[in-house]
Design a binder for this molecule. Structure first.
Ligand code: ZN
Length: 196
């Protein structure tokens, strides 16, 4: 039994019962997989809290600059495409939303496809919807620096950016409409609906 995204989040935010917390503490000490998974989560939460207070950094802005992929960027035959499932949505967890205080207007989503968890946070900042996320592979060795994230509206590509070395991405001023996220990996494309 390894850490699930929900347990990792509860663990880091101190919501586990004492017995559970001790058990997982011991487990993380001996399980490299869960220890790396937890670090990824920790990093993610730190990033969210940090960027919540500040404007995006120059670097983030630079990464978020619009990139227009060439016309020929259609799915290559043989390239696999999978749909991500939403396995966690804070809007559907009233207890959690309450426990996070001011977070009622911050939405946290976890999408999952194959061995990847995609953590997404969406919030309103001065009337503009911001989205920050990170892709975490279950196996940290599979962390890929060559992921591309695309924001789609009604299936059409609105904005694209490359992941940084932590697999993070940030889109600001989200448009209205049916949004989804597309992640292009070297041999896999993941698409997940965000239903903002
Ligand atoms: Zn484990």
């Amino acid at each position: 039994m390894h850490l699930s995204p929900e347990t990792a989040l509860d663990f880091l935010e101190g919501r586990l019962e004492n017995g559970q917390e001790t058990l997982w503490k011991q487990h993380v000490e001996v399980c490299g997989r869960c220890s790396a998974y937890l670090s990824g989560w920790k990093q993610f939460l730190t990033t969210i809290k940090r960027s919540h207070l500040k404007s995006p950094t120059e670097q983030t802005l630079e990464r978020a600059v619009h990139i227009y992929p060439p016309e020929s960027e259609e799915l290559v035959p043989g390239l696999r495409c999978v749909l991500a499932a939403v396995i966690f949505d804070s809007f559907l967890e009233p207890d959690l939303a309450g426990a996070r205080g001011a977070s009622t207007d911050m939405r946290q989503l976890i999408l999952q496809a194959e061995e990847f968890d995609i953590h997404v946070q969406i919030w309103d900042e001065g009337g503009q919807k911001q989205m920050l996320g990170q892709m975490l592979p279950r196996n940290p060795e599979h962390l890929t620096a060559t992921a591309w994230f695309h924001l789609l509206r009604n299936g059409k590509r609105m904005e694209s950016m490359a992941a940084d070395e932590l697999g993070e991405f940030h889109f600001s001023d989200l448009p209205e409409g049916a949004l989804s996220l597309q992640v292009d990996l070297p041999n896999l494309t993941i698409i997940g609906a965000l239903n903002v």
